[in-house]
Design a protein around this ligand. Structure first.
Ligand SMILES: NC(=O)c1ccc[n+]([C@@H]2O[C@H](COP(=O)([O-])OP(=O)(O)OC[C@H]3O[C@@H](n4cnc5c(N)ncnc54)[C@H](O)[C@@H]3O)[C@@H](O)[C@H]2O)c1
Length: 373
């Protein structure tokens, strides 16, 4: 299929690579010069696929991309505003420009939108679809290919066959789920809010267990034994971070206020997440020199947006601690060159990733835990 990507950033570059790999004739456009010249070094397979499919030569003018494409995917940034809402001006500008060139091209917005935005934006082109992607940065290509479901909103909730077929051919999705713009807009936020809620719930319960002299492990074992609980993957520790979960949670709170729904729960989820940092830092008050292993918002990532480990470093330093840091994916933010040096220079090393790794330190503790791992 002939497809176009408007916005060749962190996600758009991976979409280009994935679509080319699946045999689509793909062109891309970005307002930045040479958008594939500096892609994330931790995005799996991206650099290899850019070379293999000659994707740099496939970056063209907007006019060329619009005229080429049977489907036009728009994946430009929608940054959070101070009040929590997303700024849709980049999407709006892209759609206006596309509409001026040819408003009959089907446009698919993959950027995360605030509820209500898609219907408003639909005036710029004849056919607009909202198709938020359920992917993880660092594994975007893999996730696009292996995704089990695709969510798409249309004006009346009815499917558009070409787009439905596109995803069935390009991904492993056995469910392409169609509904109205509004349903899909709220669903995208809701999925991430269910995660933030579970993470904060586990951390709050951990605090309750601790102050009651109990052990949360007992509860976690029981939860795994009953299908009614889907809590299996969650463990107490650092809270949620990164470019999606915190801002989607805040957006939901903002949306609640706008539609007259009590959104207190989303503020509280956020408060628990912040308090958890101080709770964790407090556990290590007795140590003067603390090592922090892992600085990105998740393992094997150079992305530091709303990174909980970096926030923890700040809190520990504010407490007067000497903090050394190490992350092999973020040498520029590491104060030492290896895990051995981290261990040598500190009294305790805190592992800031949510699960165990192959790190070879002898005195490493999972941040927030009272025992060695
Ligand atoms: N669902 C998820 O899990 C998930 C994960 C990451 C990002 N996202 C969403 O995807 C969107 C994009 O995120 P990203 O991390 O790729 O952003 P990014 O900032 O890395 O990339 C956006 C790109 O769009 C370009 N751009 C801006 N305006 C343009 C225009 N008018 N025409 C052409 N190009 C334009 C920018 O130059 C930039 O290269 C955001 O809405 C984000 O919330 C979703």
């Amino acid at each position: 299929m002939r497809v176009g990507i408007v916005g060749v950033g962190k996600v758009g570059s991976c979409m280009m690579a994935c679509f080319a790999k699946h045999g689509h004739n793909v062109l891309g456009y970005d307002i930045r010069q040479n958008p594939l010249g500096h892609v994330s070094r931790t995005e799996k397979d991206l650099q290899y696929l850019i070379e293999k499919y000659g994707l740099k030569r496939r970056i063209r003018s907007l006019e060329e991309v619009v005229k080429h494409s049977e489907l036009l995917f728009i994946i430009v940034q929608t940054p959070s505003l101070p009040d929590g809402c997303f700024d849709v001006s980049y999407v709006e500008r892209a759609l206006k420009e596309i509409g001026r060139i040819d408003r009959s091209r089907p446009c698919i917005v993959n950027s995360t939108l605030p509820p209500g935005a898609c219907r408003r934006l639909s005036r710029y082109v004849d056919a607009l679809y909202y198709n938020p992607l359920y992917i993880r940065l660092g594994r975007v290509i893999e996730d696009l290919e292996q995704i089990r479901f695709v969510m798409i909103g249309s004006k009346d909730g009815q499917p558009f066959k070409l787009l439905d077929d596109f995803w069935r051919r390009t991904s492993a999705a056995d469910h392409v789920l169609w509904d109205t713009y509004e349903t899909v807009e709220v669903t995208k936020l809701a999925l991430n809010c269910i995660m933030t809620c579970q993470i904060s719930m586990v951390n709050k319960l951990d605090e309750i267990f601790e102050k009651s002299g109990g052990n949360i492990e007992y509860l976690l074992e029981i939860l795994k034994l009953d299908d009614r609980f889907k809590f299996g993957n969650y463990r107490p520790g650092l809270g949620y971070g990164g470019p999606c979960l915190p801002r989607d949670n805040r957006m939901m709170g903002y949306h609640c206020a706008r539609i007259g729904v009590n959104g207190f729960i989303f503020d509280e989820i956020d408060n628990i997440n912040r308090e958890q940092l101080y709770r964790i830092a407090e556990k290590y008050r007795a140590y003067d020199r603390i090592g922090v292993y892992g600085l990105g918002y998740k393992p094997h990532s150079d992305i530091t947006v709303d990174s909980q480990p970096l926030e923890l470093v700040k809190v520990l330093r504010d407490m007067g601690k000497t903090v050394e840091t190490f992350d092999p994916y973020l040498p520029e933010l590491s104060t030492v060159k290896s895990e051995k040096e981290l261990e040598k220079k500190t009294d305790i090393v805190l592992l800031c990733f949510p699960y165990e790794t192959e790190i070879k330190c002898e005195r490493i503790w999972r941040a927030g835990y009272d025992r060695d791992i």
